[in-house]
Write a protein that binds this ligand. Structure first.
Ligand code: ATP
Length: 299
């Protein structure tokens, strides 16, 4: 496997505030990672540290196999961590030409990158005439000029209208499908679910979950049950290895699964114990419900 970035017990304190708290994760080539967390959870600080603009307090990180200096490794990284800042009176092409000079990269790829972000037909328009979405897309083109191994974006759709949001997400997916690794920070579960394959969920600088987005959704679901004798039903469910939490509200029992089981299997099992169900529904929590479950317990 090809590792792009490794964080090991990274910590950042601003006076009494611990913005990033013992954070460890790795980024492998070809995946799309989301750092998901509410405002103030440490996303921007984490990106700032690995981009060498914020000093860490403790822990470490290294780019690629760790053999290069951070300064050199960052030449293979494209990042947008602030609002795009281009010259308003210059055209898209003129602005990107300037970026090429500053970054000391060839200007040959300007048109190719403008095409990727859907701005080729506006290449000679002044930056001041661009919508917020177009400005953000130009920033993405700019970050791609050095053909980076990884593209880093902090809240890439903040402030955009629904159409602008959709365009940016489609562009990110296209760039990822062509092999560029992506790391994006977002406070939107929906965004991470739509765009990312992997996620690090942050709260108060701590990781609550690190893994695949699908893995977050790996719950086996739950049954909502009723029968004439709820006490007997509850007793039959208790202690069975397939079941976890059992909740009772009046006549209704909700039982969470520890392992897969379909409704007919449960029905048969209970029937064999002399229990006839008057109500049987199987449900699975939405990703949002699971996200709230993951984030609710820890302070
Ligand atoms: N330069 C700084 N000086 C003092 N405190 C800071 C500084 N930068 C960030 N913080 C604090 O660190 C914590 C994490 O902030 P950070 O900006 O990393 O969070 P975030 O998840 O990116 O949130 P947002 O989406 O609002 O930017 C917050 O409590 C913030 O107030």
């Amino acid at each position: 496997m090809n590792t792009i970035l490794t964080l090991t017990n990274l910590t950042k304190r601003f006076g009494p505030i611990t913005a990033v708290d013992d954070l460890s994760f790795t980024i492998e080539k070809g995946n799309v990672y989301g750092i998901l967390g509410p405002n103030g959870s440490g996303k921007s600080t984490t990106l700032g540290i690995v981009l060498n603009v914020v000093n860490r307090t403790a822990g470490s990180y290294h780019w690629f196999d760790g053999s290069d200096s951070t300064h050199n490794a960052l030449k293979k990284v494209g990042a947008i961590i602030e609002r795009p800042n281009f010259y308003p009176y210059m055209t898209a092409v003129q602005n990107l030409n300037l970026v090429c000079k500053i970054k000391e990269v060839s200007s040959q790829k300007i048109e190719e990158k403008l095409e990727i972000v859907g701005l080729l037909d506006r290449k000679n328009s002044k930056f001041s005439t661009f919508s917020l979405g177009m400005k953000q897309r130009l920033a993405i083109a700019s970050a791609l000029l050095n053909d980076p191994e990884i593209l880093i974006l902090d809240e890439p759709t903040n402030g955009l209208d629904p159409q602008g949001i959709h365009q940016i997400r489609e562009i990110i997916k296209k760039i990822a499908s062509e092999g560029t690794t992506i790391l994006l920070a977002s406070h939107l579960l929906d965004e991470v679910e739509k765009v990312c394959s992997h996620v690090v969920i942050l709260r108060k600088g701590r990781s609550l979950y690190t893994g695949s987005v699908d893995g977050m959704n790996a719950s086996h679901g739950f049954f909502i049950l009723q029968s004439e004798d709820p006490d007997q039903l509850e007793a039959a469910l208790q202690g069975h290895p397939s079941f976890g939490t059992i909740k009772r509200e009046g006549e209704t029992i909700t039982v969470y699964l520890n392992q897969p089981m379909d409704a007919s299997e449960l029905n048969k099992m209970l029937f064999e114990r002399g229990i006839t169900l008057s109500h049987l529904v199987k449900r699975k929590e939405s990703l949002e419900e699971q996200f709230l479950e993951i984030t609710k317990n820890l302070n």
